[in-house]
Design a protein around this ligand. Structure first.
Ligand SMILES: [Zn+2]
Ligand SMILES: [Zn+2]
Length: 390
């Protein structure tokens, strides 16, 4: 019986560890649990639909046509900010490769020395100085990295996230360095939309009452029933969303994250002040809301080689197109095999390392003539590496 290893090109998001889910060939990235996110969509779209259907026609005729127009614009902005927060990479940090993790472990062991049996090893911490404050970098045992300042490991997504704020089930994603400002704009605009709909619901009810000269008792008509439903949804949403927006406005003015606030990282204990604060509310707000945007470091749609075992039958079919054995890699930052994205000066070294790697069989002497990854998709079998077990 023979086990045949097939090498194929895959997108890197297909091999990323962690508990994220991906759609649209890696363009959309979310947490795995999305139930509450669908509830958020249902509440926003449902309430706005009722408002557009039952209040807007009346208000446009009796008050101003600008009322529904502004409501539509605000609704579209809320949805855009929500989807931008939910579908983007919050700032996930790639995990260490096995060889990088081994190197870091060796470094730590060398620094700590031999720990006598029965004694706890010292905590894995590195100190860095930021604005004259000592900040501790903690080691993540899952990602095998020393986390950058302000990063934390999200237990739900199972990834380290840069400038981690919190995991928000309402948006179905982590909130971190890359999507925090969109999250804040979402809560701010949702607060405005909720206040707007709530106000004009009340206006609608009052105008109807004085127009018909009768007291409205629910459910006097289906229309009135929907209006009361909207008022109730908006009333209960108002407190939580406006409260959340106020809390994040406070955090932004201090250049602080929710995670740091909960942990009391800069509460003044041990004389540690927030080294990221400019001690100026305007400067802090500008940095958080108007600072540079950061590219994703995951390279989710980049290509990599994947080796997977297949049955001998299917291998026979595909072996006619075999050429090169290629070692497996899970590296997320750069492909081991030279391709069109590889810098020219890196190609000789990479090719040399591929040549030097052990090849199970010598019947493919053209290992150095690796094919470029020109075809973008996972169309299988540019090469076969095989491992025969008898
Ligand atoms: Zn981690
Ligand atoms: Zn998360």
């Amino acid at each position: 019986m023979s086990a045949v290893m097939i090498t194929r090109k895959v997108r890197k998001w297909e091999k990323l560890p962690g508990k994220n889910t991906f759609c649209c060939d890696g363009r959309v990235m979310m947490a795995r649990q999305k139930g509450v996110f669908y509830l958020t969509l249902f509440l926003i779209i449902g309430t706005c639909s009722l408002f557009f259907a039952f209040e807007c026609p009346y208000l446009a005729v009796h008050l101003s046509p600008a009322i529904p127009v502004f409501a539509v614009l605000l609704f579209l902005f809320v949805m855009a900010m929500l989807l931008r927060t939910s579908f983007s990479d919050p700032g996930v940090l790639p995990r260490a490769l096995p060889e990088e993790a081994t190197f870091i472990e060796m470094e730590i062991e060398a620094a700590n020395g031999n720990v006598p049996a029965g004694q706890r090893p010292p905590p894995r911490i590195r100190n860095v100085q930021i604005n004259n404050q000592i900040v501790k970098l903690k080691y993540c045992y899952t990602c095998k990295i020393f986390r950058p300042p302000r990063a934390s490991h999200c237990s739900i997504c199972d990834n380290c996230v840069d400038r981690f704020d919190h995991h928000c089930p309402w948006v179905g994603n982590c909130v971190g360095k890359r999507n925090y400002r969109y999250f804040y704009l979402f809560t701010l605009s949702l607060s405005l939309l909720t206040i707007y709909i709530f106000t004009f619901d009340i206006v609608h009810v009052v105008m109807r009452k004085y127009q018909t000269h009768r007291c409205i008792v629910w459910p006097a008509s289906p229309e009135t029933g929907f209006t009361v439903l909207e008022v109730l949804v908006c009333f209960f949403t108002l407190w939580s969303v406006v409260g959340l927006t106020g809390f994040h406005t406070y955090l932004i003015s201090l250049n602080q994250t929710t995670n740091e606030d909960i942990k009391g990282s800069w509460s003044g204990k041990n004389r540690v002040q927030n080294p990221y604060s400019h001690k100026n509310i305007i400067k802090n707000c500008c940095e958080v809301l108007c600072g540079p945007t950061y590219p994703s470091v995951l390279d989710r749609r980049g290509l990599m080689q994947d080796i997977s075992p297949v049955s001998a039958t299917s291998a026979t079919l595909s072996s006619s197109s075999s050429v090169n054995p290629v070692p497996q890699t899970t590296k997320t930052t750069a492909p081991l095999i030279p391709n069109e994205h590889t810098p020219d000066d890196a190609k000789p070294n990479i090719a040399a390392s591929v040549q030097a790697s052990p090849s199970p069989k010598e019947e493919h002497p053209s290992a150095s003539k690796l094919p470029p990854l020109a075809s973008p998709e996972t169309d299988v079998e540019t090469s076969i590496a095989k491992d025969k077990t008898h």
